[in-house]
Design a protein around this ligand. Structure first.
Ligand SMILES: [Zn+2]
Ligand SMILES: [Zn+2]
Length: 169
């Protein structure tokens, strides 16, 4: 759905929406949405800017960085975003935005696409590192066995460095 300046000039827009898995395109991100995504938000006009505040919740599934096993990550995210007309976009030499204005975006034309706002917030809510459990033992760098499941006996664990598989091959 599109949030237009024309409508915002009349009143704030309240959105309450549920996206089924597959409804949003995460641009090839390395996770899947595995539960309905619920989002509640309000968009308001602040001068020439569009402010969007709200909260979303869903569950994402991704691969463990160590053992490649599947991990389901519950996600809750509050957001408070500000979109400025693209005509006010700073030129390259003045891009240093103050710390409290990091979540500033730009829009062109008659408004913003709400689905794009949600998509971006979901992508941002993915943790940088995905680990299935704190003590995940990962895969054996020599034979590829999942060390959470089996002990392959290639090397004592202490001697396995992340680079040992490179040396062997
Ligand atoms: Zn793991
Ligand atoms: Zn092994």
């Amino acid at each position: 759905m599109r949030i237009t300046l024309e409508e915002l000039e009349l009143h704030p827009i309240v959105v309450s929406k549920t996206y089924s898995p597959g409804a949003l395109d995460y641009h090839g991100a390395e996770f899947h949405q595995v539960a309905p995504l619920q989002v509640n938000a309000v968009a308001e006009l602040r001068g020439a800017e569009i402010q969007v505040r709200g909260r979303l919740g869903t569950s994402l599934e991704a691969s463990c960085d160590r053992c490649l096993g599947s991990v389901v990550i519950p996600v809750e995210r509050d957001f408070d975003l500000c979109y400025r007309p693209v005509s006010t976009m700073p030129r390259a030499e003045e891009v240093e935005l103050p710390q409290d204005e990091l979540e500033v975006g730009f829009f062109s034309g008659d408004g913003i696409e709400f689905d794009d706002v949600v998509t971006e917030q979901v992508i941002l809510s993915m943790p940088m590192k995905v680990i299935c459990k704190a003590d995940c033992r990962g895969l054996c760098p020599v034979c590829g066995s999942n060390l959470n499941v089996e002990k392959c006996g290639c090397l004592p664990t202490a001697e396995i460095s992340p680079f040992s598989s490179l040396k062997k091959s």
